[in-house]
Ligand binder design. Structure first.
Ligand SMILES: C[S@@+](CC[C@H](N)C(=O)[O-])C[C@H]1O[C@@H](n2cnc3c(N)ncnc32)[C@H](O)[C@@H]1O
Length: 271
């Protein structure tokens, strides 16, 4: 079990779809088409869950792709197969992403991930990006949390809760000390040094009353993450939670993410 349930992934997907940069997603699709011979476009989606990235890219026009979905949660992979294997070519790999040398990158032109890289460590990315760059594989990494959450109406404890939450985001999530809000910057830094062209775009959740259920779950999740280790007074945190839940059906929540697309530059030809 990883703690990412089908119901949670389903709940967040509409907000994710709305948030993703369509420009970067389309650029990834076009790059894949331009770098293929038409029938063997292998795409590896890391931490695929039930296939959110597959759905997004397919809706935006991705075609003729062999989808290699990789996740350590067999239930999520089964759900992805149940939803899509009639119409799409899917290979499901139940695997631990930390065992990078065992991941099915052979022949892959594009590696994708969504809502994943804020969970991982520098060391994990160092190894992963070394592997991808050695094969000149492109990377599309969407929905990396960027450390910003803005609420309306505001509450005096917002800043302290956010500070604690961002500290918690840097705790080990199974990959070593997590990058949390620093993930996109680190990806960019390493990939630039490996001769990739990088594009980034803001992809915030822009939530309002129509997202009441997601906002409520988010509030519960934040409180669960910060209630023990960060010195917040329990009664203050309870008051913050009650205030936030009371305004979830009228206020707004803007939670920042960044999307990144890294395309390998052709090696320079020295004359
Ligand atoms: C936040 S969810 C995102 C799922 C999907 N990409 C989406 O956008 O809906 C993170 C995913 O990473 C998977 N995951 C987390 N740690 C993993 C690990 N060590 N090995 C394989 N998958 C992992 C989880 O099972 C989950 O499906």
């Amino acid at each position: 079990m990883t703690g990412f349930s089908i119901s949670w992934l389903d709940l967040r997907e509409p907000a994710d779809v709305k948030a993703r940069s369509k420009l970067l997603a389309q650029e990834a699709i076009v790059w894949l088409e331009n770098n293929s011979n038409g029938f063997d476009n292998i795409l590896v989606d890391l931490g695929s869950g039930t296939g959110s990235t597959l759905r997004t890219l397919t809706t935006l026009g991705a075609r003729n792709i062999i989808w290699r979905l990789v996740d350590n949660d067999g239930q999520l992979l089964d759900e992805a197969l149940k939803r899509h294997s009639k119409h799409l070519l899917i290979e499901a790999y139940q695997a631990d992403l930390t065992l990078i040398e065992e991941l099915p990158f052979g022949g892959a032109k594009l590696v994708t991930a969504s809502a994943l890289f804020d969970l991982v460590s520098r060391e994990f990315l160092d190894s992963l990006l070394e592997t991808l760059s050695s094969q000149k594989t492109a990377l599309y990494a969407a929905l990396n949390y960027d450390g910003n959450i803005e609420w309306t109406p505001s509450h005096p404890l917002d800043a302290a809760v956010l500070k604690a939450f961002n500290q918690d985001q840097r705790k080990d999530k199974g990959f070593g000390k997590a990058l949390g809000p620093d993930a996109t910057e680190y990806l960019q830094q390493i990939l630039e040094s490996k001769n990739y062209k990088i594009s980034t775009a803001s992809s915030p959740w822009q939530l309002n009353a129509t997202n009441y259920e997601l906002v409520s779950e988010l509030i519960e999740g934040i409180v669960g993450a910060v209630e023990n280790d960060y010195g917040l007074i329990a009664s203050d945190l309870t008051a913050w939670k009650e205030f936030r839940i009371a305004h979830a059906s009228s206020g707004t929540c803007n939670l920042g993410h960044l999307d990144l697309l890294a395309l390998p530059l052709q090696p320079k030809i020295l004359l």
